[in-house]
Ligand binder design. Structure first.
Ligand SMILES: Nc1ncnc2c1ncn2[C@@H]1O[C@H](COP(=O)(O)OP(=O)(O)OP(=O)(O)O)[C@@H](O)[C@H]1O
Length: 293
């Protein structure tokens, strides 16, 4: 099978909210795909469609060539949603047994816990775990049924650096054995550490679907801000904003912009150049995209 999961021209509405707008996406075996996008971009909605928790308003979603609503297909996936609640009184090992029991093919408990750095905690009650340990357990559970495809919604949010790295190691070792992962994140760094392919979402649409490197270049935009009465046409400007007497130009090439600005002889002062946040980069991407529509 060349595609494990496929969204084809998928639109999903919640009342007046257009959460996904004609999204098409294929997930192929052995990939780690990062879904990157600001809050509300539609990432969780797409995961919910792939795992069969919701249905599209229009378009089609396939899982292993069948329907995500089919339990047979769903047995081949593992999922960690953004928020999970685990029974506090159960021990770590008991929770793994409980989840594994739902699957015909089960991961070895010791290996699974070791993969996520939890092997010392097998007898610990979940109520006694730290927040980071709980999150790692929630992510480990996605792998309990030896899935072919794993969906992780913001797996490391709220984790400290060490816990995050331990979790990344677990995901990487699954990938090295041929496993396929779709994960969402707000962190470019996380996607960069794990994924070869990144899909950037904004306002329910796919803004970019490319290698991490190519997308890093896109979001490597800078904000050049200055005070000036009027500005000439400048190269590489993706977005212009005016606030508090300053003009802000979002650009992919700040050096060239400043050179051209100086060359133009336009009087200006208070020049500042700084990286934009990922959120701002997405806004720039979105406005660039709408300029082409
Ligand atoms: N059950 C729901 N009812 C109404 N609106 C919803 C529902 N679920 C999601 N939405 C809306 O759909 C849009 C997309 O939400 P979604 O959770 O998919 O985004 P996201 O990219 O996962 O965001 P985040 O990074 O914050 O998790 C948002 O505007 C959200 O408010």
């Amino acid at each position: 099978m060349t595609v494990l999961a496929r969204a084809n021209e998928v639109t999903r509405r919640y009342g007046d909210v257009l959460a996904l707008d004609r999204v098409s996406l294929d997930i192929r075996p052995g990939e780690v795909v990062g879904l990157l996008g600001p809050n509300g971009a539609g990432k969780s909605t797409l995961i919910n469609l792939f795992v069969g928790l919701r249905r599209p308003t229009s378009g089609t979603v396939e899982l292993f060539g069948g329907s995500p609503q089919d339990p047979v297909m769903r047995r081949g996936i593992g999922v960690t949603p953004q928020e999970t609640g685990l029974p506090e009184s159960l021990r770590v090992g008991e929770i793994v047994d409980f989840v594994s029991a739902h699957f015909p093919d089960r991961a070895d408990k010791g290996e699974l816990l070791a993969r996520f750095g939890l092997d010392d905690l097998i007898r610990r009650q979940v109520g006694g775990l730290s927040g980071g340990q709980k999150r790692r357990l929630a992510v480990a559970l996605a792998f309990a049924g030896n899935p072919r495809l794993v969906f992780l919604d913001e797996p490391t949010t709220g984790l400290d650096v060490e816990a995050r790295r331990s979790l990344w190691e677990g995901i990487r070792s699954f990938h090295e054995e041929g496993g396929t992962v779709l994960l969402t994140s707000h962190y470019l760094e996380e996607v960069e550490a794990l994924a070869e392919r990144v899909v950037v979402f904004g306002h329910g649409r796919v803004l970019a679907d490319d290698t991490v490197r190519a997308v890093r270049d896109i979001v490597g935009v800078r904000r050049v801000s200055l005070v000036a009465d009027g500005l000439p046409e400048l190269p590489g400007v993706l977005a212009t904003e005016r606030a508090d007497g300053r003009v802000s130009l979002v650009t992919t090439d700040p050096d060239r912009l400043v050179v051209e600005l100086v060359r133009s002889g336009t009087p200006f002062s208070g020049l500042e150049i700084r990286p934009v946040s990922l959120e701002e980069a997405f806004i720039a991407l979105t406005s660039k995209e709408s300029a082409h529509v």
